[in-house]
Write a protein that binds this ligand. Structure first.
Ligand code: SAM
Length: 464
């Protein structure tokens, strides 16, 4: 198709039927990554129950770039018409400027038209009738496999599981342009991953986090609670150079218990590096440190990282730990230090998050992003629970429900200023979500709904 054709600049996105709360956050992050902003109107009028969203982009190239990086977008279409009825859809189609559509209707252009109902199975004869009723004069030949142009007539009958009405709530007609990155979820699925643990993050959410962190070629990404490195795999896939730290020596050195039920012992080559090798991403691996991320003086240079992307410990399976001494008076002589295994003390969840924000405020470059999960007990959650820092601006805060009462929130922040060496600025939490009881205690309350005790099993269930 000639590049000189002017497009109508209206596009239709069809999202996958999951992670509804994250759709516009991911879209906005990607639009921003590629140097554009979405019109607020586009997002305000979005019915979150519907997988369809009409948006405007400056060019087809830009629209394809954004959709081609998204894990939540299923498909992108150039929108020719939409309406709440077929009369409206067809009326608008009739009035489309000829210069916009003529190139695709020409004799030398093969085409196909696909009709799909969302939340309703359509009868073949109805589909054919709807195609025949379209007021478009296709002169080319129908070709079902790899046509020049693929058109889609999409009908929305409400959310999956709802009783569908006789007529659709909305209908759309568009020219298919691209699919999102849904197939990456299968390509990077944890089932086929060399090194996994109980809390490995599923491939889709890891990609989503990398998108929220706007990771791209040559960016430097750090995960201070790296575990098996699932987040780094996604970031490396997007071209970021990756490094991490974890306090668990046994996990990082493949000496701990395996998490696959059919595996007795970990293989000696299980490591984050091996995971990257598995996907041909070794060139993006920097290193992993066995280190306590609460000890920040390890890092000498500030403004080091482009993105900090992490899933801190929630303390569900066991309480989070950091290095320290219960008895502050105890000290070690120089001789004692040799071969000494440092004592671990409990690491309060609120402290983990405050430390994380302080770390990000110092070690992110200006405009760098911090992306992390914040676990919440839904009945007690309020926005004031999310930690703040004067150098970090909240970009988005999206919920993923795990059970009826437990969720985790994906928080994205952007560094807006650097330390000027004046007053000390620290992270704070207006209302401490974990003050009265730890998340673990709340999670295991007797009246809670049937739990999925392992994070990973909860997470893997959402993987498509
Ligand atoms: C939820 S898991 C992260 C899982 C990881 N995203 C993955 O894909 O495997 C949290 C990790 O934080 C580590 N951790 C706990 N306390 C720590 C600390 N003080 N410093 C560094 N790592 C810590 C745990 O060993 C665990 O591997």
């Amino acid at each position: 198709m000639s590049a000189s054709i002017k497009t109508c600049q209206k596009y239709l996105l069809q999202f996958a039927n999951e992670h509804v709360d994250f759709r516009t956050a991911e879209l906005t992050a990607l639009a921003n990554l590629y140097g554009t902003t979405l019109k607020e109107d586009n997002l305000l009028h979005h019915n979150i129950k519907s997988p369809f969203l009409e948006v405007e982009f400056a060019s087809e190239h830009l629209a394809k770039k954004i959709a081609g990086r998204s894990v939540l977008i299923k498909s992108l279409y150039e929108l020719w018409s939409s309406g709440s009825s077929y009369e409206e859809l067809n009326r608008k189609l009739k009035h489309l400027p000829a210069y916009l559509i003529a190139p695709y209707l020409k004799q030398d252009q093969t085409f196909r038209i696909q009709v799909d109902g969302y939340n309703k199975k359509l009868v073949q004869t109805d589909k054919v009738r709807k195609i025949e009723d379209l007021p478009l004069d296709f002169k080319g030949k129908v070709q079902l496999k790899e046509p020049d142009n693929s058109f889609h007539l999409l009908e929305y009958y409400g959310s999956v599981g709802e009783q569908p009405p006789d007529n659709p709530y909305a209908v759309y007609f568009g020219r298919w342009l691209a699919d999102g990155q849904r197939d990456r979820i299968g390509q990077y699925h944890l089932q086929k991953r060399h090194f996994i643990g109980n809390t490995s993050m599923d491939a889709g959410l890891s990609m989503l986090m990398s998108n929220m962190g706007q990771v791209q070629r040559s960016r430097l990404v750090f995960d201070p609670f790296v575990g098996t490195g699932s987040l780094l795999v996604a970031c490396a896939h997007h071209g970021g150079y990756v490094a991490g730290a974890d306090i668990d020596y046994l996990l990082l050195h493949a000496k701990g218990k395996p998490s696959r039920h059919n595996q007795k012992k970990r293989a000696s080559d299980e490591s984050v590096r091996a995971n990257l090798q598995q996907y041909g991403l070794s060139q993006y691996y920097i290193d992993i440190l066995v280190a306590d991320s609460s000890k920040q003086s390890l890092w000498r240079t500030s403004q080091l990282f482009d993105a900090i992307i992490t899933d801190p410990p929630y303390g569900i399976r066991e309480g989070a730990k950091k290095i320290g001494a219960e008895n502050e008076d105890c000290y070690l002589t120089e001789e004692d230090k040799d071969g000494h295994v440092p004592q671990r003390i409990n690491y309060q969840l609120s402290d983990i998050f405050k430390d994380l924000l302080n770390f990000a405020a110092k070690y992110l470059r200006q405009n760098g992003r911090l992306v992390y999960w914040f676990p919440v007990y839904i009945p007690d959650y309020r926005e004031e629970n999310i930690p703040t820092h004067p150098y970090l601006k909240l970009v988005s805060n999206c919920e993923q429900r795990l059970t009826a009462k437990v969720a985790r929130r994906l928080v994205t922040m952007e560094k807006i200023m650097n330390d000027t060496g004046g007053e000390i600025n620290e992270a704070s939490i207006a209302i401490d979500h974990y003050e009265d009881a730890s998340f673990r205690q709340k999670y295991f309350q007797p009246n809670r709904p049937t739990p999925n005790t392992s994070n990973s099993s909860l997470i893997r269930k959402t993987e498509k």
